[in-house]
Design a protein around this ligand. Structure first.
Ligand code: FES
Length: 186
């Protein structure tokens, strides 16, 4: 019997099998190729560290009454935003020249053009607990600001460390007034 072009005696059945295998092999190759193409695409779609670092938080401060605070989140960290009362401002300014571990004036912490909106990360600079003082009725510590119950750090009304183990003031993130009533943090 004469051989067919695919070298088999009857050609048809084996030829079909061979085409199936080529088809499957081609699909597998495409699958692997697809996966290797997809992975970078997926990782490109996830936010990069740079993007996360550049993310901002907008906080509407128009409804915050003097003496009130709100708790927000900035880059996965607690954020305390407070409108200071005239008394609190006077108390903070009176202490500007006090002997402090991390000297900073109230004006430096508020930033230019900002009279009364205090913005602090709610992260104790000792070991990272969330201090009390931003919520209604919470312990504000001995200096009318924030108190970290983990190891007893007392921050003053401007968020400056005054007593306890924390080495530095509560961090003030970069922020600006996006509008008259909204601050943009980050
Ligand atoms: S973490 Fe706040 S005092 Fe230690």
């Amino acid at each position: 019997m004469a051989s067919t072009v695919d070298g088999t005696a009857d050609g048809t059945q084996d030829g079909v099998r061979r085409r199936d295998w080529i088809h499957i092999a081609a699909l597998s190759t495409a699958g692997v190729g697809g996966a290797s193409v997809l992975l970078p695409l997926v990782s490109q779609m996830a936010p990069t560290a740079d993007t996360l670092a550049a993310s901002t938080t907008d906080v509407d401060v128009s409804a915050i009454e003097p003496g009130q605070s709100i708790k927000a989140t900035f880059r996965d960290q607690p954020l305390f935003v407070k409108r200071m009362t005239a008394e609190e401002i006077a108390e903070a300014v009176a202490d500007d020249g006090a002997d402090m571990r991390d000297p900073e004036t109230l004006a430096e912490r508020l930033g230019e053009g900002n009279a009364d909106i205090l913005v602090n990360l709610g992260v104790c600079t000792h070991l990272g607990c969330v201090p009390l003082g931003a919520g209604e009725g919470e312990d504000k510590g001995e200096y009318d600001g924030y108190f970290c119950p983990c190891h007893g750090s007392h921050y003053d009304v401007a968020g400056r460390i005054r007593k306890g183990p924390a080495p530095t003031n509560l961090a003030v993130p970069e922020f600006e007034f996006a509008t008259e009533s909204v601050i943009r943090v980050g």
